[in-house]
Design a protein around this ligand. Structure first.
Ligand code: TXA
Ligand code: MG
Length: 347
């Protein structure tokens, strides 16, 4: 299959119509969202969703997120409650995914056989316009091959999906850079399953009772049941061994400069450190205080680290608090909990 790629904005009527036709016919289109690119198909068509799993090489029990153009469109696919609408008022459209009991209209292929469905109304206008034109809820997991970092540019999608899908809509670089915050809700309770740009503190402004699932910060214990199937799968690990340095205990520049002399490594450093290190294989991630930028760049740099063909990658251990929790969660999984320095340090 030849994969076509077009630059789009929300007014690219012809291309969006073409994309909507593909989706209505049961096909797959890669779509930009504010978080990461998604592989979109008709969420109400079990066969179409099956083909998403095939294109990604994803285990079929790992459910897809269903994207809608307006928060109230959740009614068609799920049983909502008051808390859903309170959260929607504050955070939708935006990078928040809410898990709700599903209606029968959603086939089991979409939800990995679960009786719940994950609902998200993206901020990205191309994504919402496409959902509106197609008149369908669109199931979309991240548009990477399973086991690789989520794509934050159309080029990343092409690298993974060339020849596997007919169309990629290029909406530029994703502004958030990590996947949406995923939560489970009851009448008066929120459980955070995956951290994203919307933080526990943000959620607490709507409902005080927010708990963070154990697997967000720790490895899932043997035999422990994952609240979200995605948590149990090994996440992206670079080909090189990634080490995170707790710079409260280790001087990052001194340590990594010595490693640069001793081994074939890449360093994911802050912009302020560029001039202090050897220039070879540096992967600057943004300014030390600029968590937003670091989050946006992370997946691109992990892909670049793979391309460099190094044996090891060293990076800063991010804080696990506030807006940094999302990048902490992705990095701690990518490094298989190899942290140097500090009480949790293994080195
Ligand atoms: O930002 C995002 O959420 C992106 C863009 C494309 O919207 N999508 C995304 O999808 O990250 P995916 O499939 O890569 O991750 C979905 C996560 C998985 O960890 C999955 O297990 C969880 O959401 N999930 C989906 N439906 C669920 C459900 N019914 N119950 C529990 N977890 C669910
Ligand atoms: Mg994913």
């Amino acid at each position: 299959m030849k994969t076509q790629i077009f630059k789009v904005d929300k007014d690219s009527v012809d291309i969006l119509n073409m994309a909507a036709d593909i989706i209505k016919d049961g096909g797959i289109v890669a779509i930009p969202t504010e978080t990461v690119y998604g592989l979109g198909a008709n969420a109400l068509d079990g066969e179409a969703c099956k083909s998403i799993f095939k294109a990604k090489g994803r285990p079929s029990d790992n459910p897809l997120i269903v994207h809608i153009a307006k928060p109230e469109h959740a009614e068609k696919i799920a049983y909502t409650n008051q808390l859903y609408y309170k959260l929607a008022e504050k955070f939708m459209p935006g990078p928040l995914t809410i898990i709700l009991p599903k209606r029968d209209i959603v086939p089991p292929q979409t939800t990995g056989g679960l009786d719940t469905v994950a609902v998200r109304c993206p901020l990205n206008e191309v994504a919402r316009e496409l959902i509106s034109i197609s008149g369908l809820p669109i199931a979309a997991p991240s548009a990477n091959t399973s086991g690789k970092p989520s794509p934050t540019t159309a080029k990343h999608v092409l690298d993974d999906m060339d020849g596997k899908i007919p169309l990629i809509l290029d909406g530029g670089e994703c502004s958030v850079g990590v996947e949406s915050t995923v939560i489970q809700i009851k009448e008066n309770e929120i459980v955070l399953l995956r951290p994203g740009q919307i933080t526990p503190r943000d959620l607490m402004s709507v409902c005080e009772n927010v708990t963070i699932a154990g697997a967000v910060k720790e490895e899932l214990k043997a035999g422990e049941k994952a609240l979200s199937p995605g948590m149990k799968y090994k996440h992206y690990a670079p080909k090189a061994e990634l080490y995170l340095i707790d710079d409260r205990y280790i001087n990052f520049v001194e340590f990594t400069k010595a490693r640069q002399k001793a081994e074939n490594c890449a360093i994911m450093c802050y912009d302020e450190e560029i001039s202090l290190l050897e220039s070879k294989n540096l992967l600057p991630i943004g300014k030390k205080e600029d968590i937003k930028k670091q989050t946006q760049k992370l997946f691109d740099l992990l892909r670049k680290a793979d391309d460099l063909g190094v044996d090891t990658v060293y990076a800063h251990l991010p804080s696990d608090e506030g807006e940094s929790l999302a990048i902490y969660n992705r990095m701690i999984r990518a490094c298989a909990h190899r942290v140097l320095g500090g009480i949790n340090g293994k080195g």
